[in-house]
Unconditional design. Structure first.
Length: 124
């Protein structure tokens, strides 16, 4: 599992949900739908109707992959930070029961309000 306390994620940019579906082949359950997808250099974060799937591609060849599932049902609190005048990045912070804090940084162009709405829809 990814060590979210020590991990430094490259800023995530919006990605094609179809590409996320291909990358998560065999991981998604039959009634799971992808709503939003974001990608770093090799890693990705995909928001579904059931969970957030963090794909961490490892090794030189990228054949080794770590899939971390963060279920919406375990989120206790969340926070979004919108971009400012001098800081164009946005952030999502999630607090999970039994796990602690998980933080994602998004690059310019990411619609953080859609992320906020998605999380709120499944958590509240």
């Amino acid at each position: 599992m990814i060590d979210f306390d020590n991990a430094t994620f490259i800023k995530l940019s919006p990605s094609d949900p179809a590409a996320a579906r291909d990358a998560l082949q065999g991981i998604l359950v039959p009634d799971e739908e992808i709503h939003l997808a974001f990608k770093g250099v090799r890693d990705s974060v995909t928001f579904t109707n059931k969970r957030i799937v963090v794909l961490n591609v490892q090794g030189i060849t990228g054949k080794k992959k770590d899939y971390t599932s963060l279920p919406h049902s375990r989120i206790q609190a969340f926070s979004v930070e919108t971009a400012g005048t001098f800081d164009s990045d946005t952030e999502l912070a999630l607090w999970y029961s039994g796990m602690g804090n998980v933080r994602f940084e998004f690059s310019r162009g990411a619609d953080i309000r859609s992320v906020n709405h998605l999380i709120a829809n499944y958590v509240l």
